[in-house]
Design a protein around this ligand. Structure first.
Ligand code: BG6
Length: 473
């Protein structure tokens, strides 16, 4: 049974929906710049207009209300609030988020705010290389303070960072996100800085006694050994030590896994940990109220020798079967799981992995959990003015059931947010990879909204507090 206060939600991110990229005093973010470099995004797509949520938020929130959503997770664009990253506050930016928050509350939707979903102010990137410098800690904490001062009278759920493990991997290792670097040590160093930012913001939140709950959202993929061979089991263990546990422990335990850290030290890849870091990180971990997880897929791991396969770029074309094998030599490689189905972008569909992930996290950290993202990116076709996205319904049904199984095992799950409410810009995959309950025709300047079949499916889930899915099982 889902708790009667369970937060059925859906999520978005500023750059992916708002548009209005240069309006009302907004400053330039690293994404505003990145999308203008030829070849960086799918067919040069950008978020200049996106879903135009900046102007259409009322209409979108009315649709959320019609669906019965209990919570709407959205992010704040740092450059709307502080156009240069710090210094003068842009009141028009504050006004916009006040309008969104108030509109949500007016229709009984709990706003859940992500403080950072990847759109760093370009000014800070230019000045001190953004996440590469510890100066980010002070600037980010000050930005968070501005958010808390302005919105915490109404916002009760705060997610400090969205997927720091993904934006550091894609930005500093795979060179697919800004600033487009490929340096393994830098990836671990910047990740360390994100953890310090999280802890510093949590500390501020608690010291100032703002009401509400705070956490961060990590992209989590549980792992399976590809076979029962000793080598594959060891590869899976190494994956946890250097990826899953590594990413989570520093945020929610305040330390790195011992084996993982010493492996990185021996390889000359470990982050520089300064005096006082661990103390701050422990405090941040202790005072984090919840753990946010974004779950899309699991990983199946196999032995990868020291001269084995390295990391490869992701499939951003939507041509199924085009992604290449990827791994970290000496640690593990990710392989296809013959038992499971894959999406057109080669993401594995594995609802059982969600149950396993939730249980693993619950057992390791003993904190309440929020699923801040889960969803299916797919091509959708409009037929006679309808979108029959049965594949998305099927995906969501199975993942909601997976949540239920985890709750039965004792997991304290507060919320489930689908990704996404309307269709959005998928950072690297353009507008053709769709996630929403509400279709947007991005070719039409009026950006018309159209409810998909999944819209009504989720409406039924919320209305029955999950019973509609359980009954069918
Ligand atoms: C998460 C991000 O990584 O996955 C979202 O938080 C993103 O912003 C989502 O859109 C789906 O990824 P993609 O690459 O398919 O858009």
């Amino acid at each position: 049974m889902f708790n009667k206060d369970f937060l059925w939600g859906s999520a978005s991110a500023a750059y992916q929906v708002e548009g209005a990229y240069n309006l009302d005093g907004k400053g330039v973010s690293i994404w505003d710049e990145w999308v203008r470099i030829p070849g960086k995004t799918f067919e040069g797509t950008n978020g200049d207009v996106a879903a135009d949520h900046y102007h259409r938020y009322k209409e979108d929130i009315a649709l959320m209300s019609e669906q019965g959503l209990k919570t709407y997770r959205f992010s704040i664009a740092w450059t709307r609030i502080l156009p240069q990253g710090r210094g003068e506050v842009n009141q028009l930016g504050i006004d916009f988020y006040n309008r969104v928050i108030d509109e949500c509350l007016k229709v009984g939707i709990e706003p859940m705010v992500t403080i950072y979903h990847w759109d760093l102010p370009k000014a800070l990137q230019d000045e001190y290389a953004g996440w590469e410098s510890r100066r980010i800690i002070e600037d980010f904490t000050e930005y968070a303070r501005v958010c808390f001062e302005n919105f915490s009278d109404r916002v009760k759920y705060w997610i400090v960072l969205n997927e720091p493990n993904i934006f550091t991997e894609l930005g500093y290792l795979l060179a697919m996100h800004p600033p487009g670097k490929s340096d393994m040590k830098l990836k671990f160093q910047t990740y360390h800085h994100t953890a310090l930012v999280h802890a510093s913001v949590v500390k501020l939140f608690k010291e100032n006694g703002y009401p509400g709950q705070i956490g961060s959202s990590i992209a989590y993929s549980n792992g399976y050994p590809a076979s029962d061979s000793e080598e594959d089991i060891e590869a899976c263990r190494r994956y946890y030590e250097t990826v899953s546990h590594y990413n989570m422990d520093i945020y929610f335990k305040g330390e790195y896994p011992k084996w993982g850290l010493s492996y990185l030290r021996n390889a000359g890849l470990a982050p520089d940990i300064l005096e006082g870091d661990i103390e701050l990180l422990r405090e941040g971990a202790l005072h984090s109220d919840f753990i946010g997880i974004n779950y899309y897929q699991s990983n199946t791991l196999a032995y990868n020798p020291v001269d084995g396969v390295g990391l490869n770029k992701l499939n951003t074309t939507g041509k199924k079967g085009t992604s290449m094998e990827s791994g970290v030599p000496g640690l593990f490689k990710m392989v296809q799981n013959p038992e499971l189905e894959y999406t057109d972008w080669d993401w594995v569909i594995d609802p059982h992995g969600l149950t396993q992930s939730l249980i693993e996290i619950h057992e390791r950290y003993s904190k309440p959990l929020i699923i801040s993202e889960n969803g299916l990116g797919a091509y959708d076709v409009v037929e006679d003015g309808r979108i029959h996205d049965g594949y998305r319904i099927d995906y969501l049904k199975k993942h909601i059931l997976a949540c239920y199984f985890a709750i039965q095992e004792g997991v304290d799950l507060l919320a489930y947010c689908t990704w996404s409410f309307t269709d959005i810009l998928s950072w690297l995959n353009g507008y053709q990879k769709r996630y929403g309950f509400v279709h947007i025709d991005f070719e039409d300047d009026r950006l018309p909204r159209l409810k998909k079949d999944s819209f009504y499916f989720y409406q039924g889930v919320i209305e029955s507090n999950g019973e509609s899915v359980l009954k069918e099982d």
